[in-house]
Write a protein that binds this ligand. Structure first.
Ligand code: PEP
Length: 256
């Protein structure tokens, strides 16, 4: 059975004080359920990863980075490697978040290098995929998501793919307050699982976790989680409010 997984993406928010305070509040509210009934991760900005990791250590909550660079070390000014993230206690890393694809300009090929580097360095990638509004309106959702998955997972063995969590995040739903309906999300999640079955095998497809992301909040989390192929949520805005994030985590325990 796939254990539900809720991850919070804090994006470029918080500071040294508020990141720790938010982490401590979430940890104390979730210490009974985190790790047992639901896996929980928070992804603060790089600068606060270490302090947040210490702050959540009272609960089984993991920390994740929001990005990674694919080289191991060297003259790559401003970049952070897998071994550096691992060194400070990071477990997960977001790869190919839509803001990195569409604001910073990351390509599928670059995201693939990052996923490979993360796995090579012992981190668990959360690979984000999802279509833009015009692509959905043109009926291209499956085509876009298929291309992203095939390109970003290229060259990986089935064993490596099984360590990846997929996050389906329709770009039009991220930070907009527009959520995909549970049915719209379920449809894409089911296609992703089918595709993974074809790319790898049925066992892997049945075990891999597929999260939904895009304006998830305490009001829609339970309905989304009721869908068969939605195994958890990647939460942006609502993860910055401890009460909202904890309510979403509690809603996700529905499946366990
Ligand atoms: C995200 O950043 O991955 C996200 C889903 O953001 P939001 O929940 O704010 O839409």
């Amino acid at each position: 059975m796939r254990k539900p997984f809720v991850a919070g993406n804090w994006k470029m928010n918080t500071d040294s004080h508020s990141s720790v305070s938010l982490a401590k509040t979430i940890a104390s509210a979730c210490s009974e359920i985190a790790g047992r009934r639901v896996h929980v991760a928070v992804c603060p900005p790089f600068l606060y990863l270490e302090a947040v990791s210490r702050a959540v250590s009272v609960a089984s909550i993991a920390v994740g980075a929001q990005d990674i660079y694919y080289e191991r070390e060297g003259a790559f000014t401003g970049e952070i490697s897998a071994s550096m993230l691992k060194d400070i206690g990071c477990i997960y890393v977001l790869c190919g978040h839509s803001e990195r694809r569409h604001v910073i300009g990351e390509t599928d090929e670059l995201v693939n290098k990052k996923v490979v580097a993360a796995l090579g360095g012992g981190l668990l990638p959360i690979l984000c995929v999802g279509e833009q509004l015009a692509e959905r309106q043109a009926g291209q959702t499956d085509e876009v998501v298929t291309r992203q998955l095939k390109s970003c997972l290229a060259g990986l063995s089935n064993e490596k793919v099984s360590a990846v969590t997929i996050a389906y995040e329709p770009v039009w739903a991220i930070g907009t307050g527009l959520t995909a309906t549970p049915q719209q999300a379920q449809e894409v999640h089911a296609s992703i699982r089918k595709l993974l079955g074809e790319m790898c095998n049925a066992k892997l497809a049945g075990e891999i976790r597929i999260l939904y992301g895009g304006s998830a909040n305490p009001g829609n989390a339970a309905d989304l989680m009721r869908e068969q192929d939605i195994d958890g949520l990647l939460v942006g805005g609502a993860s910055l409010n401890a009460d909202d994030f904890v309510a979403i985590i509690q809603a996700a325990t529905y499946k366990n």
